[in-house]
Each structure stands twice: as structure tokens, then as C-alpha cells.
Design a binder for this molecule. Structure first.
Ligand code: FDA
Length: 379
């Protein structure tokens, strides 16, 4: 073994594939779950044949040509363009907020300039005063009526906190489009892996010099691939939680997690689209996914798989999904970053290893860059 990679998510797999293929190294990948691929993993429901994303909806999008070229070595992408709809008081609106949303909400037929003026008037409520919390910040960006309809309840559910008690800095902008473009992402490239996420991830891992060991926790003591046995002996790329690597010695970094409520329905179409957000606070879940709509090009057997997402703060045993990044977290993070810099030939990467939300293209882009800047010089 020349290199040990901890975690087989897109960061770990990208490093492993590059090290094996370009540098000719023998790479061992340890993964604590019973499957590769990290949070991008998908499985197929046996009854309906529908591909399900096991850790929340995953849509690939990027404007980075290097990343796009790299991922296309392992999979083709369908031309899927993501569109999200939002329910508020029983009515369904297009998101992100665009001219269609605005006109439907205000029961008007405004053109772009008129709508821009209306939103600017409504956003002037603070009269130049600095926003003191997330609610005021959002109102200063899009005005109170749109904020109360589309942002307040959803944000309160996501954070389990009243937006008036959340810092203004959580949002810097709220996209409002003064045209009818409701594509969720405006990146140059987007789509879904044609044969599914599992096939894509398996092709990345399928290399004669990559040895994958599933069900192995690098931080559990007493085995030949554990931290204590390997660090200092063999270079390591670690993509697990940063605080856990150091035994939480400076405290715990806060994460939000999701609970998924999955149902297989005996109808062909539940909501007519892949994602519907629930904006109202009296609906306890934040959104409903209906997976078959990610692949309109596929034929499925009858029935449909839907998943409701519920958001909450993560406890120790939960999957960490989104960093909370409160002021306390940032102080703790700084200490862990210092400690990480002192670890001999250990690269901390990926979303857990750097305590950062990373989209898939960002995890891959970061892995390609860190491969060149850190891993290559090790050999
Ligand atoms: P990832 O978490 O995938 O992999 C880390 C791996 O390390 C895991 O498999 C874990 O089991 C393993 N591990 C941890 N500790 C270990 C230990 N001690 N020993 C062994 N193994 C260990 N992105 C996007 O582009 N479009 C999208 O639509 C979405 N949607 C989305 C929805 C939700 C709900 C989430 C939470 C995230 C997304 N993402 C996304 C982001 C996407 O999931 C993310 O970019 C990748 O998971 C990042 O890959 P990593 O390798 O960094 O982490």
C-alpha cells in the first residue's frame, strides 16, 4: 500500500483514482459504510425499478470545464435541468423566485421593470438600517411579503429556530429573477448520470490498483488500517469528520441532519415533478422528492417512490449533512485546522474533513487541486 484514503465519497474516490491511474500507486480505500460513494450513492427500488438517492436529492451541475471533462470519463449525463416548486398555503409556485412567482403571488401581470420597482419598494422597509438578524436581512433583499411566504417558514424548519434569532450573515443574497427562467442552477453543465450514481461511482473505484475495504472505521482502534497503525507510516487522505479524527479534543463541530420518510405509492405520479418545497411552518417537512422525475427518459414499472425530508440538528449518532457554522463552531474549527496542519503526511479533505458544504463538483474540483498540490509531491 502506497496511499491510504479514508472515505469513498467523491473527494476520496477522485484522489484514489488519480493516484492509482496517474501515479501508478497501490491505493487502499477504507470506508465505514457498507457501500462506496459517500452521500452521492444511489440504489434501485426492486419493485418499481426507480433509482433512489440514499442521502437526499443529488443533481450534478458545474461550470468548471476541468471537472466536467473528468466526470465524463466515467459517465454520460442526461440533459436533465432541475426545477423546484414551492407550496405556500395550498398553492404551488415556481422557484427560485422569478417573474412567474412574483406575478402569481401578487395576482398581477407585471413586466420586469415594474416588478423590480415593486420589490425595491418592499425591500426598503428597513430604511437603510443595518439588518440585525436573518429576517431583517431577507426583508432588505426581497421585501416582507415574499420573505414571509417563501423564506420564513422554510428557514425556521431548516434551522429549528425563529429567523429573528438567526444571524443576518447566514444569507448574503436571495436570488430573484426578473424573467421567467426557473432553472434552479444556471451552470454551464448539468444533468443526471445516465446509468445512475452507483454505476458512475463504481467505475471510478474499479481500478486494478485500488483496493476498497468496506465496513472499516479508520478511527476504531486495533486493526491494521487504523489511524494509530498507519499515520506516520503511509500517507493518508482523510475525508471523515475533522473533530472525530482528533477525538473531539477541542469540542464538537455542529451539523444539521435530515430524517427521510420514504413511501412507495401505488400510483404513477404523486406530484408531477422531482422536488416540491413546503414553505409553511405548519407542514413539518421541508420538501418532498419524487425520484422518477429525475429520469424522464427511463421507463419504470408502475408505482412511485417519494421521500419527505425533515431537518434538525445532528446528534452524535446522526449523519452530518450541513455544517451549522455558528460563531462557536468557527472558533473550534480554527483549532482543529491548526492541529490538522501538524499531522504528518495527512491530507484532510472533502466536506467532513474541512467542515464545509461542498456540492459534488466542488468536492471533485477540490480533490483534483489537492491531488496536484499535496498528494503528487509526496511521491
Ligand atoms: P462524503 O460524505 O460523500 O464521503 C465521505 C465518506 O467518508 C463517507 O462515505 C463516510 O462513510 C466515510 N467515512 C467517514 N469517516 C470515516 C472513517 N472514520 N472511516 C472510514 N470511512 C469514513 N451536491 C451536488 O452537487 N448536487 C446536489 O444536488 C446535492 N445534494 C445534496 C443533498 C444533501 C441532502 C446533501 C447532504 C448533500 C448534497 N450534495 C449535493 C453534496 C454531496 O453529497 C457532496 O458534494 C459529496 O458528498 C461530497 O463528497 P465527500 O467525499 O466530500 O463526502
Amino acid at each position: 500500500m502506497d496511499l491510504l484514503v479514508v472515505g469513498s465519497g467523491l473527494f476520496g474516490l477522485t484522489i484514489a483514482e488519480r493516484a492509482a491511474d496517474e501515479l501508478g500507486l497501490q491505493v487502499t480505500v477504507v470506508e465505514s459504510r457498507d457501500h462506496i460513494g459517500g452521500n452521492a450513492w444511489s440504489t434501485v427500488d426492486e419493485d418499481t425499478g426507480i433509482e433512489e438517492h440514499r442521502y437526499g436529492a443529488h443533481i450534478f451541475h458545474t461550470s468548471n470545464d476541468k471537472v466536467w471533462g473528468y466526470v465524463n470519463r466515467f459517465t454520460d449525463f442526461t440533459p436533465y435541468e432541475h426545477r423546484v416548486y414551492a407550496r405556500h398555503r395550498g398553492e404551488v409556485f415556481p422557484l427560485p423566485i422569478n417573474l412567474g412567482t412574483i406575478n402569481q403571488f401578487f395576482r398581477r401581470g407585471m413586466g420586469p421593470d415594474e416588478a423590480r420597482r415593486l420589490i425595491a419598494e418592499q425591500a426598503a422597509e428597513l430604511a437603510g438600517r443595518e439588518p440585525g438578524n436573518l429576517e431583517e436581512k431577507a426583508i432588505s433583499l426581497i421585501g416582507r411579503p415574499l420573505y414571509e411566504a417563501f423564506i420564513r417558514g422554510y428557514t425556521a424548519k431548516q434551522w429549528q429556530t425563529d429567523p429573528r434569532d438567526l444571524p443576518a450573515g447566514i444569507i448574503t443574497r436571495l436570488p430573484v429573477r426578473f424573467n421567467y427562467d426557473n432553472r434552479y442552477f444556471n451552470d454551464t453543465h448539468q444533468g443526471m448520470p445516465r446509468d445512475g450514481y452507483a454505476a458512475w461511482l463504481q467505475r471510478m473505484a474499479d481500478h486494478p490498483r485500488i483496493d476498497i475495504r468496506l465496513g472499516v472505521d479508520f478511527l476504531a482502534p486495533g486493526h491494521e488500517l487504523s489511524r494509530d497503525a498507519v499515520v506516520g507510516q503511509v500517507p493518508v487522505v482523510y475525508t471523515g469528520p475533522l473533530d472525530r479524527y482528533f477525538g473531539h479534543r477541542y469540542g464538537t463541530l455542529g451539523w444539521r441532519t435530515l430524517d427521510f420518510e420514504r413511501r412507495v405509492l401505488d400510483i404513477d405520479d404523486h406530484q408531477g415533478t422531482s422536488v416540491v418545497n413546503e414553505c409553511d411552518e405548519d407542514v413539518p417537512y421541508t420538501r418532498t422528492l419524487e425520484f422518477k422525475h429525475f429520469h424522464p427518459e427511463r421507463t419504470h414499472r408502475s408505482g412511485t417512490v417519494v421521500v419527505r425530508e425533515f431537518s434538525r440538528f445532528a446528534e452524535a449518532a446522526d449523519e452530518p449533512f450541513y455544517p451549522v457554522n455558528a460563531a462557536g463552531d468557527r472558533a473550534v474549527l480554527e483549532q482543529y485546522r491548526q492541529a490538522a496542519a501538524d499531522e504528518p503526511r495527512v491530507l484532510f479533505g472533502g466536506r467532513l474533513g474541512t467542515y464545509q458544504y461542498l456540492d459534488m463538483h466542488m468536492a471533485i474540483g477540490s480533490a483534483l487541486a489537492r491531488f496536484d498540490s499535496t498528494v503528487r509531491p509526496w511521491f
